[in-house]
Design a protein around this ligand. Structure first.
Ligand code: F6P
Length: 340
């Protein structure tokens, strides 16, 4: 068979591990693989490179994606759909592996509905793809933000300040939750919960009274009140660019106004998305990439390789994309157990 592979959406650690697994697994079965450059844009434009195992021998160690990525939505127009099917036909691609989050996978689902032979691999630092227990990229990103919170702790303690760390995550609070829980924040603000300013100030005041400083984690997707900023500034899949709302800055400003304690904020932005993947992400990405090839070889197109418990299995696109995974009540309860 001739395989094609692409990475779409925001990059995250583990993408190269997944591409490597596709190439090695396909090669072991006697199949060829080409990579499409820059996500669906490469399929639209027919931009490819050959991929052989030697190219990716140490890919499991590397952040980013060797294939490049964009947030291009190829099915926005009928011309785009036609160009995608034309390219795959012209290049003789018999199985396409689309590695991405909800947006990339919904484009793959659209291709499958048109008769395309495609399987999916979920990734995203946001950890919000419904059908999989965890997505690779999340563990690496949250480990970076946990480290950042540890560094802010030193400055907060030395200067007796309140420090707010803003993290990514879009409309899911997983990165903030993991950072706040593992990094011992005094309050963690996630989009799944309405912003409760009184409760926040209560936690901050108690932390300051107890030990002279406070640490708060704010997810970029929280709603603090009337929208400021970036209405209309959206990507190809109509998502607002959330970092431009600067919620961390605003939370710090409100803390200083309400408590009189000197407050600062830090937004680590794309620093969370770069660097070498963690052990967990390397292994998960490898297992999912290999499973995607197995699904295609078995003719199970229209499926996404996901993690269920300790097993990797295939589930239909519709199931994988049905509901984005946000932070449920039991996790929120655990998080709040540790707030002062
Ligand atoms: O979906 C991944 C993500 O990192 C989100 O957490 C964040 O809102 C968004 O991408 C940032 O997108 P960009 O890299 O296009 O600024």
């Amino acid at each position: 068979m001739k395989f094609g592979v692409l990475t779409g959406g925001g990059d995250c650690p583990g993408l190269n591990a997944a591409v490597r697994a596709v190439v090695f697994r396909a090669h072991r079965g006697g199949h060829r693989t080409i990579g499409f450059l820059d996500g669906w844009k490469g399929v639209l434009e027919g931009q490819t490179r050959d991929l052989v195992p030697e190219d990716l021998a140490d890919g499991i160690l590397r952040g980013g994606t060797v294939l490049g990525t964009t947030r291009t939505n190829p099915f926005k127009t009928p011309e785009g759909s036609a160009r995608v099917t034309d390219t795959l036909h012209r290049l003789g691609v018999e199985a396409l592996v689309a590695i991405g989050g909800d947006d990339t996978l919904s484009a793959a689902q659209a291709l499958h509905r048109l008769g395309g032979k495609v399987v999916g691999v979920p990734k995203t630092m946001d950890n919000d793809v419904g059908a999989t227990d965890w997505t690779f990229g999340f563990d690496s990103a949250a480990s970076v933000s946990m480290d950042a919170l540890g560094r802010l702790r030193d400055t907060a303690a030395s200067h007796h300040r309140a420090l707010v760390l803003e993290v990514m995550g879009r409309n899911a609070g997983w990165v903030a939750l993991a950072t706040g829980l593992a990094g011992a924040a005094d309050a963690t603000l996630i989009p799944e919960e309405p912003f409760d300013e009184d409760a926040l100030m209560g936690h901050v005041k108690k932390a300051i009274a107890d030990r002279g400083f406070a640490l708060v984690v704010a997810s970029e997707g929280i709603e603090l009140g009337p929208r400021k900023g970036t209405a209309g500034n959206q990507d190809d899949f109509d998502h607002e660019l959330l970092k431009e709302r600067r919620v961390g800055e605003e939370v710090a400003r409100r803390i200083e106004a309400a408590t009189g304690v000197e407050s600062r904020s830090a937004a680590i932005g794309h620093i969370q998305r770069g660097g070498s993947p963690t052990l967990f992400d390397r292994i998960l990405a490898t297992r999912l990439g290999a499973k995607a090839v197995d699904l295609a070889v078995e003719g199970k197109f229209g499926q996404v390789a996901v993690l269920r418990g300790s097993e990797v299995v295939g589930v239909p696109f519709a199931e994988a994309l049905r509901t984005p995974k946000t932070v449920p009540a039991d996790w929120r309860d655990l998080l709040h157990t540790f707030e002062p």
